[in-house]
Design a protein around this ligand. Structure first.
Ligand code: ZN
Length: 439
């Protein structure tokens, strides 16, 4: 009884305080500093720097450990309270006026692929740090606590966010990445505690929202000269192994009208996959990226072909629809070419992860009010946000990648573009903070 009563009073006080605060807060917020953001990108780029101008900051390496230490020291210098969970995710908390309110979580990752660049991941972490700097500079205290997160080992399979979702499989713990360490050893090496990994799991009602800012990693925003991408979700991926059985025979003596050529069948199927994905309404993509003929000799009609099929879309129904059309075309091709075509679904596929519609609207409004150009778009690449959609209402903000280059030392986002992204992130967080009060 007592606690309920106190909580009600806290909510009323919060509400009264909140009437005046949030709208004014966004107006008082200074603009993000391109120089400060670029300075932090440069400082972080020293950890794992390679001769190409990029970084090898693979998770669980010394470079990862030292890069994390640099970020932690910066977060502490901003006055945040830093903790590391059992999965080695870093959390930095800034208290709100209502400490019992659900926090707003935002951040990204700082680990890289081998031979990676300086922007995939760090841009989102540094934009999140910029938001804290802006709030500190304007002396704004949000109603809700804010938590900045740096996910562990994003590039090696979204390890940190999978653990938060409670979906890190025990069988994955032995997987060794380019650091030479397993996920279990590596997690402990950078400050986690694998024996207590279950404690990293986060209940679905813990956070008011999660927002990740990230570079686009494609060239659409750069080509269209737009400032901001409002991400509709992370596409789902379906993978199949396709086997085509024909009849291997002599390539010189078998008449053309008497062949069961698995390669001819495979070629027709490849064209059909392309045509189906192209002609159907929507933004689905479908790819045959691997093909092998057996026995694989110039003078033998292929008796068997093995090939891959990949279909991606934001909606599982669309992936299913494309696959059904491919299967139908395959049946027709198989009958005509007297071959057998079979499909086996591979279990590595990932489900589509749509972002929260309310978060998309808040991000769009923030961009519009700041006078920044934007468009909505899907993410064709994977992100921690795809796990976070299962934990909290999730939004994603893309900033342009110059030339669409990513996972390369030539990855680049201009300081101005990063700062505009940080502005949108800051205004988004304040809007979520204000919006929550009205519910
Ligand atoms: Zn990334």
């Amino acid at each position: 009884m007592t606690s309920v009563g106190l909580r009600n009073i806290a909510i009323i006080l919060t509400f009264v305080a909140g009437i005046f605060q949030p709208a004014a807060a966004a107006e008082n917020l200074p603009k993000a500093s391109p120089d400060r953001m670029e300075g932090r990108i440069k400082a972080l780029s020293h950890f794992g720097k390679n001769s190409d101008g990029g970084v090898d900051r693979v998770a669980y390496t010394d470079a990862d450990l030292h890069g994390r230490a640099y970020i932690i020291s910066e977060l502490e210098a901003m006055g945040l309270t830093v903790r590391i969970d059992a999965a080695a995710n870093i959390f930095a908390r800034r208290e709100g006026r209502d400490p019992s309110a659900k926090p707003i979580l935002f951040g990204s990752h700082i680990d890289s692929v081998p031979g990676g660049g300086n922007y995939d991941g760090p841009t989102g972490v540094i934009a999140a740090m910029e938001v804290i700097d802006l709030l500190n500079a304007a002396n704004i205290q949000t109603t809700r606590p804010l938590e900045l997160v740096v996910f562990s080992n994003e590039e090696g399979g979204l390890v940190g966010s999978l653990a938060m979702r409670g979906h890190l499989q025990p069988s994955a713990l032995a997987v060794v990445n380019a650091s030479g360490r397993s996920i279990a050893d590596g997690t402990n090496f950078i400050g986690g505690n694998i024996s207590d990994i279950a404690s990293a799991e986060v209940r679905a009602d813990t956070y008011e929202a999660f927002i990740e800012l990230h570079i686009e990693q494609g060239g659409i925003l750069d080509e269209e000269k737009l400032d901001i991408g409002v991400v509709e979700g992370i596409v789902g991926i379906g993978w199949w192994d396709v086997t085509i059985d024909g009849y291997a025979n002599h390539g010189g003596t078998t008449a053309m009208n008497n062949r069961r050529d698995a390669m001819v069948s495979a070629a027709e199927l490849t064209l059909a996959v392309n045509r189906i994905a192209l002609e159907m309404d929507g933004r689905q993509v479908a790819t045959v990226g691997r093909i092998q003929a057996f026995p694989g000799a110039p003078n033998v009609i292929p008796g068997r072909v093995e090939m891959s099929l990949e279909i991606r879309d934001l909606e599982q129904a669309k992936i299913d629809q494309v696959y059904a059309a491919v299967e139908k075309a395959a049946a027709e091709i198989a009958a005509r070419t007297k071959t057998g075509i079979s499909f086996k679904e591979i279990d590595v596929a990932s489900e589509p992860a749509p972002t929260d519609i309310r978060m998309r609207k808040i991000i769009e409004t923030a961009a519009r009010e700041l006078g920044y150009s934007y468009r909505t778009m899907p993410s064709g690449a994977g992100h921690d946000a795809q796990d976070m959609v299962h934990i909290a209402p999730t939004g994603m903000i893309f900033v342009p990648s110059v030339g669409g280059v990513s996972h390369s030392p030539n990855e680049f986002t201009t300081p101005d573009a990063m700062a505009k992204g940080a502005d949108v992130l800051a205004h988004t967080i304040l809007a979520i903070d204000a919006d929550a009060l009205e519910k």
